[in-house]
Each structure stands twice: as C-alpha cells, then as structure tokens.
Ligand binder design. Structure first.
Ligand code: DC
Length: 222
C-alpha cells in the first residue's frame, strides 16, 4: 500500500506572506506546493476572456466543468499554473483578475468543483497548500494546520513591494481600500470563508522574514 501523503495547510488573509512561506516550506521539506488561490484566479481569467457574466454561477460552473487547471514545477522551484494546457502564471496576477476572483470564490458550485480537484491532488502527493479554507474544508484531517496572519499595514506594504517588484504602478490608497474589501469578502462569504481551523496554529508573520517564518513553522513539525 502506498504511504499516506503528508498534508500541511496554511490559511490566512491576502498579503500575510502565505504563498511565499508555503512555497519555501515545501521546498525545505522536498514536497509539492499547492496554490489554491491560483485555481480561483485561473477560472476567473477564463471567464473574463470568454466574456461571461461572472455573477452567473451556473455559467461559471459550466465553464469550470470544461476547464483544466494544472501546476507545473519549474527547475528553479517556482510553480507555473496552466489553464487548459497554457501557462497563465503571469496573467492570473493582474489587478483585473485579483478584483474579480470573488465571484468564483463565493459560488458554492465552483468551490465544490475546485475543492474536489484540490483533494484529488492531495491524494497523490505530499504537499503544503495555501488558501482560505484548506484547514477547515479541503483537508480537515491535515497533518499540520497553520493560520498565517500579519498586521494589516504590513500586509499592504508587502503587496506594494510585490507589485513594484513586478514593475506595476499602484496607488497606495487604492491598494489599501482593495485589500480591506478583499478581507471583508473573504471573511463574510457563506461557503469556504477565511477562517482559522480550531486545531490550526496561529503564526504571526509581522516583522518576520520568509525564512524566519518557515523556521517558526518547522519547529511545530517534528
Ligand atoms: O490567495 P490569493 O490572493 O491568490 O487568492 C485569490 C482569491 O481566491 C481570493 O479572493 C480568495 C480566493 N480563495 C478562496 O476563496 N479559497 C482558497 N482556498 C484560495 C483562494
């Protein structure tokens, strides 16, 4: 019988450093990284391109049923996201996609499809997954659960740095307002809201580097 896969979940709000930390943690452990946010983003990108009304859950679900989202680990350790076989890693990070992903995220039919796909991936490989509902809904029996948070202002600064690093011009006041709104939507949706699992360990990454945050998490794994 195949050995059981090791599942580690990192949930938390946008900009708390989850994805960078999850990726670095997966690398240290030599296991896969699962970016669940990328799946909601990729489906949103497809919906925008197809010109469908994203608020129409049935139309979005019909699209989702004919969509293939995969992850490809690159030699440099980064994870590329493919949508129906085509790399969309950069295209899913635009402001337009970021600000429209809440339609897919709040739709129960979409969550059902994407959660099933995430569980399927977790059956085949050990992984560190990051998202909003991994410890509560997707992998309730995960081996280790973490809830990564940081001060709101620090989360804004991190996002600013990321966007500037990607040579994108951003208005700080607008970014702050967008992040407040995303938090509100993440916390208040009726299915799969951002929520700390009862058995998750809270990691406050305020003032910590990626490596120090990973060190902190590693101490709980032995
Ligand atoms: O982590 P991220 O910023 O890439 O997530 C993109 C969007 O997807 C965000 O609005 C929240 C949503 N999301 C979700 O609802 N459930 C997840 N497991 C991951 C992300």
């Amino acid at each position: 019988m195949a050995a059981k896969c090791l599942i580690i979940t990192l949930d938390g709000p946008a900009g708390a450093g989850k994805s960078t930390v999850a990726q670095a943690l997966a690398k240290r452990l030599g296991i896969s990284y699962l970016d669940t946010g990328a799946m909601y983003r990729a489906l949103t990108l497809k919906g925008l391109r197809a010109g469908i009304d994203l608020a129409d859950e049935n139309a979005l679900a019909a699209l989702a049923r004919h969509t293939r989202i995969d992850f490809k680990e690159m030699p440099d350790g980064t994870l590329n996201v493919t949508l129906d076989g085509v790399d969309v890693s950069r295209q899913i990070r635009t402001l337009e996609v970021t600000n429209n992903t809440f339609y897919a995220a709040r739709a129960p039919k979409i969550r059902k499809i994407l959660v099933a796909r995430q569980r399927q991936i977790g059956l085949r490989r050990s992984l560190v997954g990051d998202g909003r509902d991994l410890g509560t809904v997707v992998f309730p029996k995960a081996d280790h659960k973490f809830y990564v948070d940081a001060d709101f202002e620090e989360r804004v600064q991190r996002r600013l740095r990321d966007l500037k690093g990607a040579h994108k011009t951003v208005d700080k006041a607008r970014l702050r307002a967008d992040m407040k709104e995303r938090d509100r939507k993440d916390l208040s949706r009726s299915v799969g809201p951002l929520k700390k699992a009862k058995d998750a360990i809270v990691i406050d990454s305020s003032g910590l580097t990626v490596e120090t945050t990973v060190d902190k998490i590693m101490r709980y794994l032995s």
